[in-house]
Design a protein around this ligand. Structure first.
Ligand code: SF4
Length: 430
């Protein structure tokens, strides 16, 4: 089958046997990925996905000969991920700390960056925010007090492999250990990106989880996560969502994903057709910084929103990355413009080697205080600490109660001014 490329040429896809499945690549994470090779895209590439000027300049410089259709093929993005010291060094001017830390790394949470996401990063400045979130530094090898490989005790609440049942009516279903990029502060750093390691994800394991869900009528809400569920092929995702929707007591499904942010090309028309079949389906998109709000991401979120999928965001508060009111306000406003409701702002979890990413909790409250009342309520996420030890999410907000005078409750508004609310017989504020 021939098709027309974005440049108007007619090209032919490679024979099936010559194409590589990104999951095969992911399953071999310890293998050094080859430097970008010029392969012709498969037949399902998106020909009308926008490409920002920075990304275009980037791929012309670092992937010469790559055409728009290849760049816009999420499978090309997956198999061309930057995964080795050699590739990092080809693109970034690495600091000594980064070089040593990447060289030392073993096991889960390898370095993995799609070329698209790399195109948004600082190439020479090791302190650039997005780069800090994805290139290993020496801080990861320093274990601070209170840190743990599994700080939320998910393993303790795992009822069958991959299924975490902590809250009464909902479950967390870890469907894969693969992500398109690996965040250095990942709560599941112990299990992602490590095929052959302790945590395995397979169809047989899914069946065990499905059997558990079929026999637990109290579960009405399933959150698919991982890893990133959108790294699965459309067919696998369709199968899994279909099986879940067939369980009568499951009322709705959610997908937690970072792919529309770091590999927006994944949001193909075909994927959207699959997702639309399984409503009610909600999505939580993992955003970190306003730099991520590109034309490509706008296209991805528009496609998902047009498919009737309610979009919420989740953002981890990260030291010297997004921990100022100005940065966070810009991100939240940008999300609304992209039809994503800012949902959760997370205090960073105390995973092992995360101290260099974590702020004080007062910083989160300062940011919420700067947002609340100063901008639309839709732009204000819920700020939570996920309690270590498996206590679940605990919401934190500035306390507006200033006291009481007789029957009047004294409340502080967003400007710090005190107002009275008639509250006879009330106890609050005493
Ligand atoms: S995309 Fe999510 S699961 Fe994957 S590394 Fe980042 S935070 Fe972890």
């Amino acid at each position: 089958m021939a098709f027309e490329s974005a440049r108007g040429r007619t090209v032919r896809p490679l024979a099936r046997s010559l194409r590589r499945n990104p999951e095969d690549v992911a399953a071999n994470s310890n293998a050094r990925a080859p430097l970008a090779k010029l392969t012709l895209p498969g037949p399902k590439v998106e020909l009308r996905f926008p490409v920002g000027s920075d990304s275009r300049a980037f791929y012309r410089r670092f992937y010469p000969g790559t055409n728009v259709a290849e760049w816009n093929d999420w499978r090309w993005q997956m198999r061309t991920r930057i995964r080795s010291l050699e590739e990092l060094g080809r693109i970034f001017r690495l600091s000594e700390d980064e070089y040593a830390a990447v060289a030392r790394h073993k096991g889960s949470l390898p370095v993995g960056i799609t070329p698209y996401y790399a195109s948004l990063m600082g190439l020479t400045d090791a302190s650039e925010p997005l780069r800090r979130t994805h290139i290993t530094t020496g801080g990861e090898y320093v274990r601070a007090p209170g840190e743990d490989d599994d700080p939320l005790s998910e393993d303790h609440d795992t009822v069958v492999p991959g299924l975490v049942h902590r809250y009464p009516d909902r479950v967390l279903f870890l469907v894969t250990g693969t992500c398109s990029t690996y965040c250095r502060y990942c709560t599941r750093s112990r299990l992602v990106g490590n095929p052959g390691g302790e945590y395995q994800f397979s169809r047989g394991q899914w069946e065990q989880a499905l059997a558990y869900l079929e026999s637990h009528a109290e579960v009405r809400d399933v959150l698919l996560s991982g890893g990133d569920p959108l790294t699965l092929s459309d067919d696998k995702l369709d199968w899994l969502l279909g099986r879940l929707r067939a369980i009568r007591h499951i009322e709705f499904l959610r997908i937690g994903t970072k792919m529309p942010v770091v590999t927006p090309q994944r949001v193909t028309r075909g994927l959207v057709r699959v997702l639309k079949k399984h409503h009610p389906l909600w999505m939580s998109l993992h955003f970190t910084h306003p730099k991520e709000l590109t034309r490509e991401v706008s296209e991805a979120t528009a496609r998902l929103a047009d498919a009737g999928i309610p979009l919420g965001s989740q953002t981890v508060l990260l030291k010297d990355i997004n921990d100022t009111p100005a940065t966070m306000t810009q991100l939240m406003h940008g999300l609304l413009k992209n039809r994503v409701k800012p949902y959760y702002l997370y205090q960073a979890d105390p995973i092992s080697g995360s101290a260099h990413f974590r702020t004080g909790v007062d910083k989160g409250l300062e940011i919420v205080r700067a947002l609340r009342g100063h901008t639309t309520g839709y732009a204000t996420p819920i700020y939570v600490v996920d309690a270590p030890g498996g206590g679940g999410k605990i919401q934190l907000a500035p306390d507006p109660v200033a006291g009481r005078e007789g029957d009047d409750l004294l409340l502080k508004n967003f400007e710090g001014k005190i107002f009275r609310y008639p509250d006879p017989n009330g106890a609050l504020g005493r």
